[in-house]
Design a protein around this ligand. Structure first.
Ligand code: IVH
Length: 703
């Protein structure tokens, strides 16, 4: 741990003290370094240890207080302040930098036999019988080398060719689990180089792709590419958006002011990692194991092969290192890798197969997605026969041809992906892909907008598109009609019962009951689900219409501003872009959609059949104040308030940006406690993430 218990208690007390300040006006320049340390401390607890001591809300307030105070006294603000992680400067081309010592690679092993051979060689080189190894995860991200001088992060670089890498200092500063300042001097170290891996958590990777899908952007292939791409972008705010993490696994170089090696008290890899952990780096702690003898190493590797999918980060194997530095020295290096370490690679999640054909799928807004049909191949327990090729550029840039042998990969629970084609295996019978210029369903000439990766069929009446839109309309994300999936849509469409969305609300359930495989019970069930969906809030209906770029979030933002869905028929670009976060592209697409008389008639028909197009008071979100003291926070009152009524207090909270909610859960940010508070207070205390305020504190903060 980087901080002593006493220090932590002091930080906690100080945090509470500063949280008592409404704004920076009552603070002095002398508060700056203290506030900085507090924010740094809480970032360490949150990003490095995953164990925050205060709520996100409290952290945000401390951060904002620091930011405001720095703005007031810019001359006193420190260059290593936590607020300085993202600078808005754009880099020119990446500068090439030489590593202090070359970044070597690792030798690979794949089974117990390989590991036994490795152990035999280590025993021979060290002339010892029993070797202690550390075994730790092999992170699948992008290597980074970081130089600290005088305890400050001064340079970060990618691995590059091992001798020279690319400078990525400003990008790395956005990685919150990397300390900008670390107490190397506590061991007499003036200059140090640490090495590690920038990674992206599986959860974050999924969230980024969900967002990209919603925005119609191309999907990121896997978390490794997302991490390396995040490091090598020239825009550090993009690195920050990806929320990378950095695990440090090596202290490569450490010298004093005179350039002399200084590691007298660190005698092993294990100690080095503990030291790095103690001065603030994110390191493998629980994941790292000291193993005595190679059999324990093998057992540990087998164990991790079983649990790797549950680990929050992608790992492609384990790394085994001789623990003692003295013994490491005795083993030495080849020009490629250290002889004291080896990677144990998990069973390959890559395979080669033959690309048989390409099919073109048509999406709900007409986007064409090429899909490779491949000879079925088993990859990490799943049989794969089709793989998305994303778009035309993907095929061209990878020079993928029909008949090619292709290398495919499946990372974790991510969808399979074509890494590359293997031109060296071509027989001469492969066919260059001729991308369609006409819609494979309706024959309309395809179009490609300037900023879009996909070709699109512009014909709104295209059968394939209509089907996709109907399927989307009933799906969970849209109208959420339980039990109504693709199968029924296709069947009812072929029977001529549904041609557009309005038809879904005027089905003849007697006819459905009479269909083979149906019966009265399932027809009734379907009717109940459809009837239920009729009273959905209008943001769901708006989303369900498949208007290009009008995703879930945009639909909510727009729906908040209207009383009836058909109000949008009279909206102009200005009306749309007056909404924060709605841009001209969404505006244009929505205007287009609502300018078609057919679409308006369809909505009217839906309304006539009971579909709700009106904003209901309970669905209309309250106007939230965006710059209040409680903006973005949820609040709950409990116990008897003495200075005002419950309703009055809730209104005051709302006027200051808060959203009132009714239960204590992980979603609650603030609990205001009156007299005789009971179980809600206990529960909030147990959660530990809720800020608890007295009525007086609440009133003092509110305006
Ligand atoms: S130690 C001298 N430990 O794997 C090499 N490397 O395939 C010392 N990697 O370039 C590397 N996790 O980027 C080490 N726990 C770990 C690692 C790790 C991931 C990467 C590293 C290296 C590559 C070699």
């Amino acid at each position: 741990m980087r901080y002593t218990t006493l220090q932590q208690q002091a930080f906690y007390e100080d945090s509470k003290k500063y949280l008592g300040h409404k704004d920076e006006t009552t603070l002095l320049p002398a508060d700056l370094p203290i506030l900085e340390d507090l924010v740094r401390f809480h970032e360490y607890r949150y990003y490095v240890l995953n164990d925050p001591l205060i709520s996100d809300f409290e952290y945000d307030r401390l951060y904002k207080l620091l930011e405001a105070l720095e703005k007031k006294h810019p001359a006193s603000a420190s260059p290593t302040s936590p607020t300085k992680r993202v600078s808005s400067d754009l880099t020119e081309d990446f500068a090439t930098v030489t590593h202090l010592i070359p970044m070597l690679s690792l030798d690979n092993s794949y089974d117990a036999e390989d590991l036994n051979k490795f152990d035999a060689q280590v025993r021979k080189l060290t002339e010892r019988e029993n070797i202690t190894y550390t075994v730790e995860p092999k992170f699948d991200g992008g290597s980074i080398a970081l130089i600290y001088e005088n305890d400050m992060l001064v340079r970060a670089a990618t691995r590059g060719n091992g001798e020279m890498g690319e400078e990525i200092t400003i990008q790395s500063r956005t990685i919150k689990s990397l300390p900008l300042e670390a107490a190397f001097s506590s061991k007499g170290i003036y200059r140090a180089e640490v090495r590690g891996e920038a990674v992206i958590s599986k959860e974050r990777f999924k969230a980024i792709n969900a967002f990209r899908a919603e925005e119609g952007l191309s999907l990121l292939a896997n978390s490794r590419n997302s991490a390396t791409g995040g490091l090598r972008t020239k825009d550090p705010s993009e690195t920050a958006r990806r929320q990378l993490d950095a695990f440090i696994f090596q202290l490569g170089y450490a010298v004093d002011k005179n350039g002399r090696d200084v590691l007298p008290t660190i005698k092993s890899h294990h100690d080095a990692i503990d030291f790095l952990g103690n001065i603030g780096f994110k390191v493998s702690r629980g994941e790292k194991k000291l193993c005595h003898g190679i059999q324990e190493v093998i057992d540990q590797c087998n164990h991790w092969a079983l649990i790797r999918d549950e680990y929050p980060f992608e790992i492609d194997g384990m790394v085994i290192k001789v623990d003692s530095f003295d013994l490491q020295d005795m083993c030495g290096y080849t020009s490629h890798h250290p002889r004291w370490a080896i990677a144990y690679k998990f069973q390959a999640k890559q395979a080669t197969t033959k690309l048989l054909d390409i099919e073109y799928q048509i999406g709900k807004i007409g986007s064409i997605t090429p899909v490779a049909k491949v000879e079925p191949v088993s990859l990490a327990g799943v049989t794969i026969s089709s793989i998305s090729l994303h778009n035309e550029d993907f095929i061209t840039s990878k020079d993928i041809r029909i008949g090619d042998q292709v290398l495919i990969e499946r990372a974790g629970d991510v969808i399979p992906y074509i890494v590359k084609s293997l031109p060296e295996l071509r027989t001469g019978h492969e066919k260059i892909v001729s991308y369609p210029t006409q819609c494979p369903s309706c024959g309309t000439t395809l179009v490609r907008e300037e900023d879009e990766a996909a070709w699109r069929c512009p014909n709104m009446e295209c059968k394939a598109q209509i089907l996709q839109r109907l399927i989307f309309h009933v799906s969970k994300d849209a109208m959420d009609i339980d039990g109504f999936g693709e199968k029924y849509i296709l069947r009812f469409y072929e029977l001529g019962w549904i041609k557009n969305m309005a038809d879904l609300y005027q089905l003849d359930y007697d006819k459905i009951a009479a269909l083979e495989g149906f019966g009265k019970k399932s027809a009734d069930k379907l009717k109940a689900a459809i009837d239920k969906a009729k009273s959905n809030p209008i943001h769901r209906l708006l989303h369900s219409l498949s208007i290009h770029h009008v995703g879930q979030r945009a639909s909510k933002l727009i729906a908040e501003k209207i009383n009836h869905l058909l109000d949008l028929a009279g909206w102009s670009t200005e009306d749309y872009i007056a909404i924060k976060d709605i841009g001209p592209v969404v505006a244009q697409n929505a205007i287009n959609w609502f300018s078609h008389e057919k679409n308006i008639a369809m909505l009217r028909e839906m309304e006539a059949h009971g579909v709700n197009l009106t904003q209901t008071p309970q669905d209309k979100p309250k106007e939230l104040i965006s710059d209040g003291v409680f903006s973005g926070k949820t609040i709950l009152f409990t116990g008897t308030l003495t200075q005002m009524g419950r309703k009055e207090a809730q209104e005051l909270a709302e006027a200051n940006g808060a959203k009132n909610i009714s239960a204590v859960s992980g979603n609650l940010d603030i609990l205001v406690v009156g007299d005789n508070a009971g179980s809600k207070l206990d529960k909030a205390r147990k959660l530990g993430t809720v800020q608890i305020l007295t009525e007086e504190e609440f009133i003092a903060l509110a305006q």
